[in-house]
Design a binder for this molecule. Sequence first.
Ligand SMILES: [Zn+2]
Ligand SMILES: [Zn+2]
Length: 203
Amino acid sequence: MAISHDTVTGIGCAVALVNTNVDGVETLTDVAALDALLDREQFSGRRDGTAAELRQMLALRRALRTAWEAPDTRTVVELANRLLREARALPRLSDHDGWDWHLHVTESDAPLVHRFAAEVGMALADLIRDGELDRLRVCAAEHCTAVLVDLTRNRSRIYCDTGNCGNREHVAAYRARRRETAAGAQRRETAAGAQRRETAAQR
Ligand SMILES: [Zn+2]
Ligand SMILES: [Zn+2]
């Protein structure tokens, strides 16, 4: 099932926001950091640039992590419904700026936290309807709390892209294999040595 562009964008925004705090390292420390995040995600519309707005986004971040840690679909359903309700989402078709007809559920001058929550809420609703929630994953690297959305066709993605988790894990696995091989070789050598000694003793 192809995931729509709007859904990819909405979930991408959620991933970006949630991953501003990974392994206890806070990067959403001020209004400038929030601005940079919104620029990166090309999130248009109203920005107040206030401490209050930042606080609202931090609260939203806590709520959004639920989507990745939820024990079941119903929990995510409740989250999506709450996000849409609190954002006062009201669907409206638009073809602004030469785009084809698409849905907007908030006005561009609505508060940032409402528009952000609504985008994510709609994306979650889409994933839930398509039975694609299992694409939301927490990074498989040890000690990494970053979240990701696996958009690969064969659902093979398990590492985040906040750091270098995929590479780091591969290097760790390679080193572990080498240690194994080295230890195995040593064991074989010791066994061979013991056998030689035994053979010598028998003569
Ligand atoms: Zn639009
Ligand atoms: Zn990771």
